[in-house]
Design a protein around this ligand. Sequence first.
Ligand SMILES: NC(=O)c1ccc[n+]([C@@H]2O[C@H](COP(=O)([O-])OP(=O)(O)OC[C@H]3O[C@@H](n4cnc5c(N)ncnc54)[C@H](OP(=O)(O)O)[C@@H]3O)[C@@H](O)[C@H]2O)c1
Length: 414
Amino acid sequence: MDKSFDIIVFGATSFVGQILCQYLQDTFNSEGQEQINWAIAGRSESKLNDVKKTINNPGLKVLLADASDESALTTLCEQAKVIISTVGPYALYGEPLVKACVKTGTDYCDLTGEVQWIKRMVDKYEDQAKASGARIVHCSGFDSIPSDMGVYFLQQNAMQEFGAYCNNIKMRVKAAKGGASGGTIASMVNITKEAVADPALRKQLANPYLICPADSGFKARQFNTNKPTMDPDFNAWTAPFVMAAINTRIVFRSNALAGNPYGADFKYDEAMLVGRDFKGRMMATMVVAGLGLFLVGAAMKPTRWFLEKFVLPKPGEGPSPHAQKTGYYDLRFVGKTASGKEIRTKVVGQGDPGYGSTSRLLGQVGACLALDLHEGQDKTGKQGGFWTTSTIFGDKLIERLQKHAQLEFEVLKD
Ligand SMILES: NC(=O)c1ccc[n+]([C@@H]2O[C@H](COP(=O)([O-])OP(=O)(O)OC[C@H]3O[C@@H](n4cnc5c(N)ncnc54)[C@H](OP(=O)(O)O)[C@@H]3O)[C@@H](O)[C@H]2O)c1
């Protein structure tokens, strides 16, 4: 097969896709930079040509495919080593592309955080991906790279320092600044809508091990911050972190895919630090109330209509370039071994989490697949299948993220 392109960005016209294209344009192919032969794809030729103009790359190849057109998607896959997709909500539009990648043995990564859809894709296509050699890497943005790679980083350091992995890790969002785009809101609204209509799905969403292989044997009861909670490890009040619902599932899948190195009783949870004393408690209460209101609003038809029409960003809308640049996040991890030894680490990212930073993370996942893990290199060691970022890339991705994506991983000394 003539794989003319290292990477094709499918959905280059999306809010996050456009930021990704600018990042690829700035990061690759100039003198002294890595070389990547890439192209853009989507359903609208005129919008794709606008993207080419905006990033000032008149020679960039434009390819056309609708997300529902299996034959056009297959043709796309036949030309690429890696497809990066930003066409979401993935639960609505994503399956035909995953199917085409799996059929043609093409590597794939995306930004989905829709755990119920990942479960469907793994159940349906994992055997075929293993047979064809397609490596599928979901959740390659803010959800869930900082969590998945953050846990991996902490565990490598715990093993080095204590000769043992931690069987209990907490991640706390110490600070974050950023916004949401229309596509992200549409994905959140869609998952709420699906869950309201389907009790079996609600049960699935509550299962921390939903995307672990059935024989992984995990039974430990996981802690879930769903109300204001005092955390003695950080001496602060915590509130629910909305991404925990996907990040924790990815971390448990990583443990399962790696052969359960952290133990069958491994515990992991995420929450936001909101402050100390009375003020912290009040803030945590307000976050819980705000999230509850959003969920109730998104679940009921009339309020959902009102929110979508008048309050929430529309498809194609999102944080301003200034907000993308000045956003950041600071995530703190504490890990404890079975014998009581403790390690603290942090992951700090520059740029709005969901867009400025996410586009860099996704671009580097694509590059890692296309450049580091392809023919003649590690391809044989990392066979086809549904991977997580830590299990397929490990240290290679940490290196890339620190060098090219403004992410820092650090062990904290007391
Ligand atoms: N994990 C993370 O950290 C993270 C961060 C940001 C975003 N996301 C996810 O990324 C996705 C994109 O978000 P966004 O806000 O950038 O989305 P958006 O601006 O609403 O863009 C949606 C994209 O899908 C394309 N599309 C829709 N239907 C299509 C079809 N039938 N055929 C081909 N293309 C089609 C649109 O093409 P047109 O331009 O032609 O309409 C557009 O490129 C969402 O699922 C969001 O949840 C995740």
